[in-house]
Design a protein around this ligand. Sequence first.
Ligand code: ATR
Length: 271
Amino acid sequence: MTDRYCVFGHPITHSKSPAIHKAFAAETAQDMMYIAIEAPVDDFAGAWRTFVADGGKGANVTVPFKEDAYRLCDRLSDQARRAGAVNTLKLEADGRVYGDTTDGVGLVADLKRHGVQLEGARVLLLGAGGAVRGVLAPLLGESPSELHIANRTAHKAESLAADFTDLGNILGSGFDAIGGRYDVVINGTSASLAGDLPPLPETLFNDGAFAYDMMYSAEPTVFLAWSEARGARCVDGLGMLVEQAAASFAQWRGVVPSTAPVLSALREQLK
Ligand code: ATR
């Protein structure tokens, strides 16, 4: 039987994951299918069990189920344990469920693809929600000189940073403590969704600095428009979406797909 994979979310109709994984499967000649499933908000575990009973071998998990997915795993990657969330489920040969989170690996891969040097860089990360928690371990793994998390609600950034101090030089604060210039500034808040901009100082960027928004849209987000006007090189999160998908695909199928063709096709569709 053809191996089955899916993405679980609620809502899920606009997910790009089926198109991405179908393109990966075609490119790497994998016999698999991949669909989108809208799971009921109060029974993610039931939806996963039904999927497995129907031949499901693995899944991506998106809002609002990443914590539910984390709870049903028998085994977790270190990154997923740190994140408290899972975006990739894999059914192992013995029937146990393995969980990983590939968002941070996807972000780092996309930054590197754009030639961003993280080692020794001063990095500012805006936001302290689930999206930011999920990328901290891989970012710290690149040895920035400093990883500063700034958030509207300061205590959330402080406690988040405290959970990761063993992995590198990380600190958390409110926006008011943003100081000096940064080499890389990443927006992980959901402020862009509301068309809002976190309060940022004019002197935020070093020469040649890089601004990244974990969100993507046809038009630049408010954060990227603001950053571009202040001389930063700007990129949105579409590449992160494709790279995290590639990392999930590699876990399931043992082959690493090329991301560039899929990314340019998605970019065209966004226009
Ligand atoms: P996600 O899973 O996308 O991270 P979340 O956990 O709800 O979602 O976190 C949203 C993040 O965006 C938080 O850091 C939030 O700041 P607070 O912790 O102060 O709520 C941030 N955020 C949302 N709207 C914002 C806005 N208009 N300005 C600044 N930060 C905002």
